[in-house]
Design a protein around this ligand. Sequence first.
Ligand code: NAD
Length: 347
Amino acid sequence: MNNMIAATDPSLKKDDLILVAGAGGFIGGSLVRYFRQQGFSRIRAVDKKPLPDWYQRVEGVECISMDLSEKENAVRAVVGATEVYNLAADMGGMGFIERFRIECLRSVLINTHLIESAYRAGAQRYFFSSSACAYNTILQQDPNVRALKESDAYPAMAERGYGWEKLISEMFCQEYWAERGLKTAIARFHNVYGPHGTWDGGREKAPAAICRKVIEAKDTGKHEITIWGDGHQTRSFMYIDDCVFGIDQIMHCDRLIATPINLGSSELIAINALVSLAEEIGGVTLQRHYDLNAPRGVAGRNSDNTFIQQVLGWEPKTPFRDGLAKTYAWIEEQYSDRKAGKRIVHD
Ligand code: NAD
């Protein structure tokens, strides 16, 4: 079993430069914070969003706002970097990825420029954030799905747009290792949730959206909730802390070079059960309405964790109830700050 992480990797020094792309977003921002806490002193964080809009800004980190789908910016971003983590993508929940397929597909430019630049700049390792949306959708037509294992991506019938972009970018990572010897790591994330994620505005995913709707219903006194689909869709959800630790382990495991691997929880939860849990946390019961015309994605999706358990001994540590309670509390705070007219501060 391989349990190496950045902090214990003998080939990585605490002042080696780590580049995190997409650092103004949810997972990228949390990864930056994590590496800082691990004692890494030189971290460069890059995101297309203007700096005040980043979800987290971590002290002592070089933060740059630039668009990595432009080649010259990608070249600039990786100068001097020992490790490169690509968490940048134009993405969101089902509402976004079913509607904006071109934006999702265009993320291929980010990875294409970043991996070539990382290779030319002599980076030691390169991480790509893939997705469960890369899996064959035909295997996901039943809410009681069997969990998806890594080989289920082929024959390919990925989520149109977003999923195909992930598959082709995975292939880039595999070929940069096969042909050019760049050590690449590829994790297929399954629904990540937690504080500091998108919770409003159209790109949010189910756990954040449901928490916000419960909070809104309590606040307005209108005790109703609209759920996308029939509520029987199932997913598994991974708490952000488990995700960043998994990224670190996957990146520093030589057995996993250029090998896509699931990073997710294997606890299957129906959307209706998610709503019940959010209601319980909020201390309220709402009348449910089902919008059958809303985007709902595949009927069911779960992560088969046999491979990651076998290679890394990794499994999520955070029970869904605990993670959702923390997420709910954070969104509630954001909600009341915004209501009080405060700019939502991302510390
Ligand atoms: P996010 O939207 O919070 O973060 C992505 C960040 O990338 C955003 O801040 C965005 O501004 C930035 N970005 C987009 N285009 C860019 C560009 N051209 N140049 C520089 N920055 C750009 O999303 P997230 O949840 O943090 O996701 C991170 C990665 O994980 C993405 O690759 C995503 O596809 C993948 N992923 C996430 C989940 C999930 O549940 N959150 C699931 C599967 C895969």
